[in-house]
Design a protein around this ligand. Structure first.
Ligand code: C2E
Ligand code: CA
Ligand code: CA
Length: 618
């Protein structure tokens, strides 16, 4: 190969290269461009997919989503998703272009959605709860989660609001709060709310020296008897009646609370233009004392009220509540149906009461009770015809405690049921023993307390005692106070008829101190009426009592009732009762209540009211 041909070949190659290079370059560049384009397409596709996904999410989201412009104060709605339309009932066309605040109307004239406003104002994301209304006007609560959207410059132009309906939760919360603060039976404030309001009232009064706050504790007297004898439902209705009456008896600014069972409380606060006074407590007492009719049964309820006063008795809410409670017990001790203001000495009494209650438990088992018997004497013959059994407590430290000092406590704690059963058993046993010993055929009167009377198995247990002791029912008399019988009239009638059917005698104790009239008592199968000693004691000095006693005697006789005068201490009283035809007397004049041995001695000696009279006159 010659030189020339080599050059030719080289030149040819060079030419070829020159032609191919741009082509190669072009191909390579094209490939790169293609790759880039493909990548762009990929990106775009991805973006599209993401957008589609978002749109789909938006479309399919069960949660209403609203996009608004971040243009305060209007915040125009730009779009809403289908869930929004579906959940709220507002069509997109209705709301787009309107302000977001048209969806969350102000409540009570003020914007309820300060939280959301603040987020938009501050151009930041977060959560807020707003109150709204559904299309049908029912209230709704929404939890809104707001996320800002920014443009290329980073400025917030829009907000995405995801709206979550929390109405149910709110309702539940409200219900919980209701449970925490209100009594479910009456809807009144409960103890927790009373305390809270009392604390608020005290705080307010502190800023206004001289202003007082009163807490009145109200306990219905003998309510448990109604509850036990008529059943829970009737009891609940009675509680509701009392609640309504209390609400009507107080001022709007006062709080009435139910603390449980038959306990209520009223919080009375003073303001510049109103003071609290005893007259307001009187109103409470009177409101309750109105007769109430439940299931056709008439009840006359009374209550005992204890009052503690800020700042006189203390500055601490809890302490004031405790003091009002103590004062209420004192009111009970004062014979119920009254009110007492707390004073420091009551604290000591409350402590003593607690100690006594502890000592009273188990006293029956320890054999610490005893009975004294007081003779009842026939005014015509002067002979002992009956006796009343009176319990006392042989306290290991205090010695003999009279019934007046522990019966109320025993009644309140329910211990009376056990004590009363012991008394009944012992009185029947003793009477039978005297009869068996040939001393006399007397009837024995046993006092029945309200709690005992309310026992559903009262008649059965009395019968069982009669069987166990072998005493004939005609020699047993039960003494019931007038107010006890009148508390639940229909039930009383039932029980009394039942006792009567078994041959047991029935006597009305302390007659004249209650509210009932004799004609009303006519409905009850009663044998004996005991005129209360308060009338007897004044018959020789008070003409009114003279008239009362003489008319009780004649009315009782017209109803074929036997009349016993209690508390006869003097010869003058005796003479008056004799002249007015009273049947029997019981009192210190003839004999105090005495231990069984002394009583047996009296029977053996055939003690008489008229030792000076010839025997034929007896
Ligand atoms: P009460 O049923 O009215 O009993 C009569 C009370 O008057 C007795 O008081 C008696 O000692 C007293 N008394 C009798 N004669 C006279 C008198 O001439 N002048 C004066 N000033 N008082 C006289 P006591 O024994 O202190 O009993 C007080 C109350 O305790 C009784 O009043 C009765 O309600 C209750 N009680 C007594 N024993 C029992 C019981 O076994 N069960 C129940 N549930 N209560 C009882
Ligand atoms: Ca009695
Ligand atoms: Ca009496």
């Amino acid at each position: 190969m010659n030189h020339q041909s080599i050059w030719l070949i080289l030149a040819g190659i060079a030419l070829l290269l020159l032609c191919i290079a741009p082509l190669l370059f072009y191909v390579r560049r094209h490939r790169l461009q293609l790759q880039k384009a493909n990548r762009r397409i990929g990106d775009l596709e991805q973006a599209n997919r993401a957008l589609e996904l978002r749109r789909q999410a938006d479309e399919d989201s069960p949660m209403p989503i609203i996009i608004i412009r971040a243009n305060m104060p209007d915040c125009t709605i730009e779009s809403v998703n289908p869930a929004f339309e579906h959940v709220t009932g507002h069509a997109a066309s209705e709301v787009i272009g309107r302000s977001i605040w048209s969806l969350y109307p102000s409540v009570g004239g003020r914007k309820a959605d300060k939280g959301l406003q603040a987020l938009i104002n501050d151009k930041r994301g977060g959560n807020a709860v707003v109150r709204s209304e559904r299309r049908n006007g029912s209230p709704a609560w929404y939890s809104i989660s707001a996320s800002p959207l920014r443009d290329e410059t980073g400025a917030v132009t829009h907000f995405v609001l995801a709206q979550h309906d929390v109405s149910e939760m709110k309702r539940y919360q409200a219900e919980l709060e209701l449970h925490a603060n209100y009594d479910s039976l009456t809807g009144l404030a409960n103890r927790a709310l009373l305390r809270q309001r009392l604390e608020e009232a005290i705080a307010q009064a502190r800023d206004h020296p001289g202003q007082k706050v009163w807490v009145a504790f109200i306990d219905l007297d003998r309510f448990k008897i109604v509850n036990d004898s008529l059943g829970r439902k009737a009891g609940d209705r009675l509680i509701n009646t009392v609640a309504e009456r209390l609400i009507h008896a107080v001022r709007e600014s006062d709080t009435v609370a139910r603390l449980g069972g038959d306990e209520f409380a009223v919080l009375m606060r003073e303001a510049d233009d109103s003071t609290v006074s005893a007259a307001m407590v009187d109103r409470l007492v009177q409101a309750i004392a109105h007769p109430a009719s439940i299931d056709g049964h008439e009840f006359t309820l009374t209550c005992s009220i204890g009052i503690a006063v800020y700042p006189d008795n203390g500055e601490d809410a809890e302490k004031l509540i405790e003091y009002a409670d103590i004062a209420m017990y004192s009111a009970k001790e004062h014979g119920r149906n009254n009110y007492q203001f707390y004073h420091a000495a009551m604290n000591e009494r409350a402590l003593a009461r607690l100690q006594m209650e502890m000592a009273l438990r188990g006293a029956v088992e320890r054999g610490e009770f005893g009975l004294h018997y007081q003779p009842q004497v026939d005014l015509k013959t002067g002979n002992i015809v009956g006796m009343e059994a009176l319990v006392h407590w042989k306290h290991p430290q205090l010695g003999i405690v009279p019934p007046g000092e522990f019966i109320t406590l025993a009644e309140e704690t329910g211990l009376i049921v056990q004590i009363g059963a012991w008394v009944m058993h012992e009185a029947c046993r003793q009477n039978k023993a005297w009869q068996d010993a040939g001393l006399a055929q007397l009837r024995v009167a046993v006092n029945l307390s309200a709690r005992q009377f309310a026992q559903p198995d009262l008649v059965d247990s009395v019968n069982q005692i009669l069987q166990e002791t072998g005493l004939s029912p005609h020699f047993l008399e039960v003494e019931l106070t007038e107010s006890l019988v009148m508390t639940g009239v229909e039930r009383s009638l039932d029980v009394l008829r039942n006792l009567k059917a078994h041959g047991i005698q029935i006597s009305i104790d302390d007659f004249g101190t209650g509210y009932s009239s004799l004609s009303y008592l006519k409905r009850f199968p009663i044998d004996v009426l005991k005129i209360d000693k308060s009338f007897v004691q004044d018959i020789t000095s008070d003409p009114d009592d003279e008239t009362i006693v003489s008319s009780i005697i004649s009315l009782a006789h017209s109803l074929k009732l036997h009349v016993i005068a209690e508390g006869v201490e003097s010869h003058e009283q005796l003479a008056f009762l004799e002249q007015n035809g009273c049947d029997e007397i019981q009192g210190y004049y003839f004999s105090r209540p005495v231990p069984p041995a002394t009583f047996a001695q009296m029977l053996r000696q055939q003690k008489t009211l008229y030792p000076a009279r010839p025997a034929t006159l007896h």
